[in-house]
Design a protein around this ligand. Structure first.
Ligand code: ADP
Ligand code: MG
Length: 245
């Protein structure tokens, strides 16, 4: 049975345009994310993908329309979600451990529990031994693993990812895609539902159960969503791990 986790209904978003007019970015968006689904969101640059993700995260309020999380309207930061960014967004002055703990700090979790859960998440992404390293001492792939650990440590119901592999070289990106699939299949991972923004059709086909395509009409930035390909059952491309790091 399909259990809806996120429901977006008649969502419109206008921004103030650079010359003072209105810039319509999202136009009448409707979709549902069901429990356990990996859904890719494809679209050209500037089509509004990041904007849509921020609405699901509750970081932006719609001009009109609604986002619901498990039946309740989202009116502020959505506690059921965690976000992973293209640029990793790590704090350079904090260690791996401290960066991962950041996700928990905002949720009022005790120091002892934060420590334990952060170590577990760091271990889960294969970075045990690097707890006290600083981001600048790590490769791009390792930094994004820290990003994964920071997102997964809160055990988010829904993981939102904004082009998480696009800053990485192709081999490292494929390794991390494989690791993501393994993490999602891992019995200790609470997160099963994913909304993945990407501009790579191959990535969407490899990772997603469903693909939503955000359309851009020149001048109006009008968005439409369509469902495309199903994912093959075993989507891991093997052999990359041995080539990287
Ligand atoms: P994508 O992630 O698909 O590349 P974005 O969601 O970042 O697209 O942006 C969609 C459009 O909205 C772009 O034209 C962008 O300039 C505009 N935009 C995004 N955020 C803001 C903002 N905070 N204020 C004004 N315009 C914005
Ligand atoms: Mg974007």
């Amino acid at each position: 049975m399909n259990t809806p986790v996120i429901t977006v209904t008649n969502l419109h978003k206008d921004f103030a345009g650079p010359t003072g007019g209105i810039l319509p970015v999202l136009h009448d968006i409707n979709f549902t994310l069901n429990e356990g689904e990996v859904v890719a969101l494809l679209g050209k640059s500037g089509s509004g993908k990041s904007t849509l993700l921020r609405h699901v995260a509750g970081l932006l309020a719609p001009t009109s329309g609604t986002v619901h999380y498990r039946g309740a309207p989202v009116t502020g930061p959505n506690p059921g979600t965690a976000m992973l960014f293209q640029s990793f967004a790590l704090m350079p002055w904090l260690t791996v451990q401290q960066n991962v703990e950041l996700g928990l700090q905002a949720r009022g979790i005790s120091l002892i529990e934060r420590r334990g859960r952060a170590l577990q998440a760091i271990d889960m992404v294969g970075l045990d031994g690097f707890e006290n390293a600083y981001p600048k001492e790590l490769s791009g792939g390792m930094r994004q693993r820290v990003g994964f650990a920071r997102a997964l440590v809160v055990e988010p119901d829904v993981l939102l990812m904004d082009e998480p592999f696009s800053a990485l070289d192709v081999l490292t990106a494929q390794t991390l895609r494989n690791e993501l699939l393994a993490l999602l299949a891992h019995p200790d991972t609470a997160t099963r539902t994913v909304l993945l923004v990407t501009h790579s059709i191959e990535e969407a086909v490899q990772l997603a159960d469903r693909i939503l395509v955000l359309d851009t009409n020149p001048g109006t930035l009008k968005a439409e969503l369509r469902v495309a390909l199903p994912r093959p059952r075993d989507r891991r491309v093997r052999g990359f791990e041995a080539l990287v790091e």
